[in-house]
Design a binder for this molecule. Structure first.
Ligand SMILES: [Zn+2]
Ligand SMILES: [Zn+2]
Length: 116
C-alpha cells in the first residue's frame, strides 16, 4: 500500500523531533550533537555543500531563463507578457517594480525619521 505524502511528512517530522529531543543528529541519526544544534558536524558540512551547490545552480538557471526571455522579447520578470520596446519588462511588472521600490524608499525614510 502506498503511503500518502502527508503521512510521510508526518513521520519525518516525528522522527526529527524524536532525535532532536534526545540530542541526536536529525539527519543521520547516528551521532550526538552539540547543544543548540540539530545536526552533527559531518551532516552540517554536507548540507552546506549541498546548499551552496543548489544556490549556484539556481542562480545559473535564473540567469539562463532571463537570457532566454530577453532573446524572445519577453518580460524578464513574469516571462508571459512581451517586454516594452527597449525595456526588459512589461509595463505591468515595471509598474509593480517601481511601486515596490517607492514603497521601500518611503519605508526607509520613515525608519530614519523615527530614529532622529
Ligand atoms: Zn549526522
Ligand atoms: Zn511582466
Amino acid at each position: 500500500m502506498a503511503r500518502t505524502k502527508a503521512e510521510h511528512s508526518r513521520e519525518n517530522k516525528e522522527r526529527y523531533n524524536w532525535y532532536k529531543e534526545r540530542g541526536i543528529c536529525t539527519t543521520c541519526g547516528r551521532t550526538w550533537v552539540e547543544p543548540g544544534h540539530v545536526r552533527c558536524k559531518a551532516c552540517e558540512a554536507k548540507i552546506k555543500v549541498y546548499h551552496d551547490r543548489d544556490r549556484e545552480q539556481r542562480k545559473e538557471r535564473k540567469a539562463a531563463r532571463r537570457q532566454e526571455r530577453i532573446a524572445k522579447g519577453l518580460c524578464t520578470e513574469c516571462g508571459k507578457r512581451p517586454a516594452t520596446e527597449g525595456m526588459r519588462m512589461c509595463p505591468r511588472c515595471r509598474a509593480m517594480r517601481n511601486d515596490s521600490t517607492r514603497k521601500y524608499k518611503i519605508h526607509q525614510k520613515t525608519l530614519k525619521g523615527a530614529k532622529q
